[in-house]
Write a new protein. Structure first.
Length: 314
């Protein structure tokens, strides 16, 4: 067996923290952790450490939070760590070439997509939204381009018709760490060779935003059903009813035709709404000031609010 490697880890959200846990439990030594600066969160807008920082602090690992890695002082600090390898997972900062070249074995990245299918910020949600039948994690050797580096290792998982952005995220967060550990062993032994990506197969997974989550009822129902799943648990699809906001937590394909947004049927099975093609049956909703509820519970107490012929988004 090869000597244990000196690792630097760079990551920020919960997805990255799952990878850091695996590295801390491995035979390798995590000598430092890079994560984004603390951000204000919650009603009080208090500065909150990232999930990765919280985990590193619990384990007594030094934490570095430079606002940029383009700063020569930050680059010198990294060089002084004398790392064998840098493992990057959803870090959120661009790594310039000088940083990529600093560790002895360079930098590897765990990316939540079967590259080159989805490059960019939101590969998990875009895969669900597009109706992909499978997803996975690709461990790649990093280079200066956005998720363009040679692929070292892939693990796959099917995407079911029930999967949400949240459920797929959680599954990939379990698959990714194992793949990274396997890739590290291959790099340490010198047995792992990268496979060049085919740029012609690449798509850009744009960052999610709340405006995009507002449903356009003129679109086909099949597209809207996938969007509702993809944007759960964030940013959550939404529309309006009687001028009031309405969050759409879960939906399935329904039956019927009508003006886009028109309520076609309401029962304990759901609220059926006409779309540009087909219909969508809303099964779980959230009204202003309320909590997410199955439509059956809303129907019992607010039947008149969901009268046939009303139009959502009007």
């Amino acid at each position: 067996m090869t000597e244990p490697l000196r690792l630097v880890f760079a990551g920020t959200p919960e997805f990255a923290a799952e990878h850091l846990k695996a590295l801390l439990d491995s035979r390798h030594q995590v000598i430092a952790v890079y994560t984004q600066p603390d951000r204000p969160a919650g009603r009080g807008q208090k500065l909150m450490p990232s999930p990765v920082k919280q985990l590193a602090v619990e384990h007594g690992i030094p934490v570095l939070q430079p606002p940029t890695l383009r700063d020569p002082a930050a680059q010198a600090e990294l060089k002084g760590l004398d790392a064998d390898l840098m493992v990057v997972v959803a870090y959120g900062l661009i790594l310039p070439q000088v940083v990529l070249d600093t560790p002895r074995l360079g930098c590897i990245n765990s990316h939540a997509s079967l590259l080159p299918r989805w490059r960019g910020a939101a590969p998990i949600q875009r895969a669900v939204q597009a109706g992909d039948v499978e997803s996975g994690v690709t461990v790649m050797q990093m280079e200066a381009g956005l998720d363009t580096g040679p692929m070292l290792l892939k693990v796959t998982t099917p995407i079911s018709a029930e999967d949400t952005g949240g459920s797929l995220h959680d599954r990939l967060a379990q698959l990714g760490p194992k793949a990274v550990l396997e890739a590290i062993e291959g790099l340490a032994a010198g047995t792992l060779q990268g496979e060049v990506q085919d740029d012609a197969l690449a798509n850009y997974a744009h960052k999610l935003n709340k405006d995009e989550a507002r449903l356009d009822w003129g679109r086909p129902a099949v597209e809207l059903e996938r969007l509702v799943r993809a944007f759960n648990p964030w940013p959550i699809c939404h529309s309006t009813l009687d001028g009031e906001p309405l969050k759409l937590i879960a939906a399935v394909l329904g039956e019927g035709k009508g003006q886009p947004g028109q309520i076609l049927a309401a029962s304990k099975d759901g609220l059926t709404v006409a779309c540009g093609g087909g219909a969508l049956r809303l099964t779980r909703l959230q009204l202003p000031g309320g909590k997410p509820l199955n439509f059956a519970d809303l129907y019992n107490s607010r039947r008149e609010q969901f009268a046939l012929g009303k139009v959502l988004g009007a």
